[in-house]
Design a protein. Structure first.
Length: 129
């Protein structure tokens, strides 16, 4: 916290403004935590996610479900933080890793949909040379 902000906080007689200041600081900290969590998720997705299973597509399909669920939770957190930013008149934060992860999982979902269709259609028993 900057010295000038701290002085305003300490000298303000309106208790509502004190709490507003504290909630703004809390929201900024949550945004920083979310950015770190999003970076960790994106790093895991690009290094060991469903796109890196080589030929074990069954395992990739399982990973796909887990990563979709984790991305959904991150999207919910992002929406909540965006609402808090609007509420406290903070600048809206853009999360480029979130957008990249969404695109990556959307493209992988298409691949795994083809894989599922291939397995269900009965062609999975054919030997391919």
């Amino acid at each position: 916290m900057e010295l000038s902000q701290w002085c305003i906080y300490r000298t303000c007689s309106n208790p509502f403004l004190k709490y507003l200041f504290l909630y703004k600081q809390f929201t900024k900290q949550q945004i920083a935590n979310f950015k770190a969590d999003m970076q960790d998720f994106y790093d895991r997705l690009t290094s060991e996610g469903p796109g890196h299973v080589q030929r074990d597509l069954k395992r990739g399909e399982q990973l796909m479900d887990a990563y979709k669920a984790a991305l959904t939770e991150l999207e919910i957190r992002q929406r909540e933080l965006s609402l808090a930013e609007k509420l406290f008149d903070l600048p809206i934060t853009m999360y480029s890793n979130l957008v990249a992860a969404q695109k990556e999982l959307t493209n992988l979902a298409k691949v795994y949909a083809l894989y599922k269709e291939f397995c269900v259609s009965g062609y999975s028993d054919l030997l391919l040379k």
